[in-house]
Design a binder for this molecule. Structure first.
Ligand code: ZN
Length: 408
């Protein structure tokens, strides 16, 4: 009898465990985010022995699908997306070197529907340099990079490379010595078994503390959004009056890498399920989103807290804040107006570019609003926004937010 009861209890707990912790959220336009096949790259070194020239995609974050030698010095590089249809973010990253010093012309070749987007960044020694207008040219339909190479491999990438190792190492370093109030913890694994982690910042008791959520890298190539996120989170953790007061009053959940598989696979946009994660905030078919929303739900429930603000850091062609039209029904109806005024007052020559809309598709900002009545914002940084400028915007965004929310 006892063993039957035990079995019944076990079954019950299995059923409960498989239940959705986070209820689905309805959106006007449903997007099918069930997994689709992706095409994996063949990881290899492309060797052109007679020319003594080599290309490699054998590292995390690489994207190079084919290499063809056209003449003595010209090579055509095939760059393909993980699957289609897909947003136009033709990302690439590869290494190139040669036995003897020589000048190469690299011709970027994308599938017909896609045009070149990212100015090449070149890493030599430890620093990244954007290709100049002499070495990089777009002539009619051709995209060409002229490059001097030698036996020391050069890394060429659409944007500065920040794959999972770099991201997690950055956080490890950031939170060092702050163990008493910051936990950087694994809350799940991706489908390809990469670590999925959250930075949980909570000073003192969590009970009843309002929660703020910051996320980034749903879309792998969008590192300028990640740069703003880095500056933003660093500012929260700097010692100072605003920060002390803010962390005494609020709990922070920050997700520094929402798409570890996509980032390490060098994807243009999707995760390993071939899905745009920022369309999955309704039914949570993808593990990354399911893990995130369930962790948020559990955290809120355990401490009787409410989620009041969610910022999702991305990149696009220019700086823009996508906001929700609905303000009055949120936990902080006047936040955005004050926040944007704060940014304009504290950043020289800065004008906020805001585009309010209702989220008809299942995106994060709509989920923050519809599920939690939280203020939800997509914080977009331009692909080419100067990196120093991004750091200033990220810092001031954090300072201004803390100042407003401390006096709420
Ligand atoms: Zn994005």
């Amino acid at each position: 009898m006892r063993s039957v009861n035990h079995l019944a209890n076990l079954c019950l707990s299995l059923v409960l465990a498989s239940c959705a912790i986070t209820p689905k959220v309805a959106f006007e336009n449903y997007v099918d985010t069930r997994s689709k096949p992706i095409r994996f790259q063949e990881k290899k070194t492309y060797s052109f022995d007679s020319a003594g020239v080599y290309f490699s995609n054998d590292f995390n974050g690489a994207r190079l699908n084919s290499v063809q030698q056209l003449n003595d010095s010209t090579y055509r590089l095939g760059i393909w997306p993980e699957n289609i249809p897909i947003n136009p973010s033709p990302y690439y990253a590869f290494k190139v070197w040669s036995d003897t010093q020589q000048s190469l012309i690299l011709q970027f070749d994308y599938p017909d529907a896609y045009r070149h987007r990212y100015l090449p960044k070149i890493k030599e020694d430890r620093s990244w340099v954007a290709a100049d207008s002499i070495s990089f040219q777009q002539i009619e339909n051709q995209t060409l990079l002229t490059l001097k190479v030698n036996s020391s491999p050069k890394l060429i990438s659409a944007q500065e490379l920040h794959s999972s190792n770099e991201v997690y190492a950055w956080v490890d370093n950031l939170v060092k010595g702050k163990d008493s109030y910051v936990q950087f913890k694994e809350i799940g694994k991706t489908v390809l078994k990469r670590s999925f982690k959250v930075i949980d910042i909570c000073k003192g008791s969590a009970e009843g503390k309002p929660v703020v959520v910051f996320i980034t890298r749903q879309h792998p190539p969008e590192v300028t959004g990640y740069f703003a996120f880095q500056s933003f989170i660093s500012t929260l953790l700097e010692s100072g009056q605003e920060s002390e007061a803010f962390l005494a009053k609020y709990r922070v959940l920050a997700f520094p890498l929402m798409n570890p598989d996509g980032v390490d696979l060098g994807h243009w946009r999707h995760n390993s399920g071939g899905v745009d994660l920022n369309r999955d905030w309704s039914k949570y078919h993808q593990k990354e989103i399911k893990t995130t929303v369930d962790f948020i739900s559990k955290t809120l429930k355990a401490s009787n807290s409410e989620l009041v603000l969610g910022l999702d850091f991305h990149s696009t062609y220019y700086d823009v804040f996508y906001t929700n039209e609905e303000r009055a029904a949120t936990h902080m109806p006047n936040f955005l107006e004050s926040w944007f005024s704060g940014l304009e007052a504290n950043i020289p020559d800065y004008e906020v570019n805001e585009k309010p809309s209702n989220s008809t598709q299942p995106v994060s900002k709509g989920w923050f609003l519809n599920k939690h009545k939280a203020v939800g914002v997509v914080f977009e940084i331009g692909d080419d926004t100067p990196r120093n400028r991004i750091r200033i915007v990220g810092k001031q965004a954090a300072l201004s937010m803390m100042s407003i929310m401390n006096s709420n």
